[in-house]
Design a binder for this molecule. Structure first.
Ligand code: GLU
Length: 327
């Protein structure tokens, strides 16, 4: 397999880690870095690509603004901090993208919004509409109310879910690490950087040490989990360091990164997911013309349906049978 290039992709989710966005000492956002990232995003957007941002930093920014003491925060403290941070974060995204004439749209989600099929479809159509309007969705978890048991807690996996939900073809994880190493690089100077992962194997998973930094939650482990979610659903993933200005341009220029490839094309993977993970709620029997159309990759139209069995709603999986009863 060969390393893809950023220009191979038409719909890109960019996940931005807290440590990149927030200057904890100064108690504010890293403005110059954010402006440079916005330049990168605007460039991709101008090339007619769809860009979605999953922005962390609500908790980190909130605690910086509130001058909360260093160290782990209690859940209720981090939730209240997120309430302060998110509002400022969203405003800055609107401003930095607005400078390029791009309209940002804030989408805040809970774990349930991406796990439950009907809510997933609602969130998906909102995001789809924003992209249709050429807006850049700026997404985060609703940290202020998400409780321990029912939250992501890390934006790596959230971003992977968003990427699958939006049928993106690439997920970019920008954080303080420049990719995957065969051993945790902090403890091991001989650790080798892995530029290309054709498939996430047990061996690859074993390489993910705990590279967690100060205020971000996700280490390499959640990044590999994100990679599994993304790549099994037809989304390529790349991990690159955000510790440079214009990190997306750096990736485009072939800079240091780890690419995780998806084995299947997106449509196939999505269909596999529908077939494999949902209980069919009904059966549609269709005529020969409709069978031929589906085989050519066309959509099913009501006129081709000759019989409907079962009770189902939007987002439910159904079985489709030809006139001879074959599935
Ligand atoms: N949703 C969290 C925040 O905005 C980020 C979690 C993470 O660092 O991955 O603060």
């Amino acid at each position: 397999s060969k390393t893809p290039s950023l220009t191979d992709f038409r719909r890109i989710v960019v996940k931005v880690g807290s440590s990149l966005l927030v200057d904890a000492g100064a108690g504010k956002l890293k403005e110059a870095w954010l402006a440079a990232l916005a330049d990168d995003i605007a460039k991709l957007h101008k090339e007619k690509r769809d860009v979605l941002v999953v922005s962390s930093g609500a908790i980190a920014l909130g605690r910086a603004v509130l001058k909360l003491p260093k160290g782990a925060l209690k859940l209720e403290d981090s939730q209240a901090a997120a309430a302060v941070g998110q509002i400022a974060l969203a405003r800055r995204w609107t401003e930095v993208l607005g400078k390029h004439g791009i309209i940002a749209g804030q989408v805040l989600v809970t774990l349930g919004d991406t796990e439950e099929r009907t809510r997933y479809l609602n969130a998906r159509s909102t995001i789809g509409k924003l992209l249709e309007w050429r807006s850049v969705p700026v997404i985060n978890e609703i940290d202020a109310v998400a409780t321990t048991e029912i939250r992501y807690g890390d934006n790596d996996r959230l971003a992977a879910r968003v990427a699958t939900m939006a049928s993106a073809d690439l997920l970019v994880l920008l954080s303080d690490v420049d990719g995957l190493y065969d051993a945790p690089p902090a403890q091991n100077t001989k650790a080798k950087h892995i530029p290309l992962v054709p498939r996430i194997t047990r061996e690859i998973e074993a390489m993910a040490g705990d590279a967690a930094s100060d205020h971000a939650r996700g280490g390499m482990r959640t990044k590999i989990e994100a990679g599994k979610i993304a790549t099994t659903a037809g989304v390529h993933m790349v991990i690159a360091s955000g510790h440079v200005d214009n990190p997306l341009s750096a990736i485009a220029a072939g800079g240091r990164a780890s690419w995780f490839l998806t084995p299947a094309n997106p449509v196939t993977a999505r269909k596999k997911w529908i077939a494999g993970s949902l209980e069919p709620k009904g059966t549609l029997t269709i005529d020969a013309g409709a069978v031929a159309a589906l085989r050519r990759g066309k959509s099913l139209l009501p006129a081709g349906v000759i019989r409907v069995d079962g009770a189902f709603g939007r987002g439910d999986a159904v079985i489709i049978r030809g006139p001879d009863g074959a599935e």
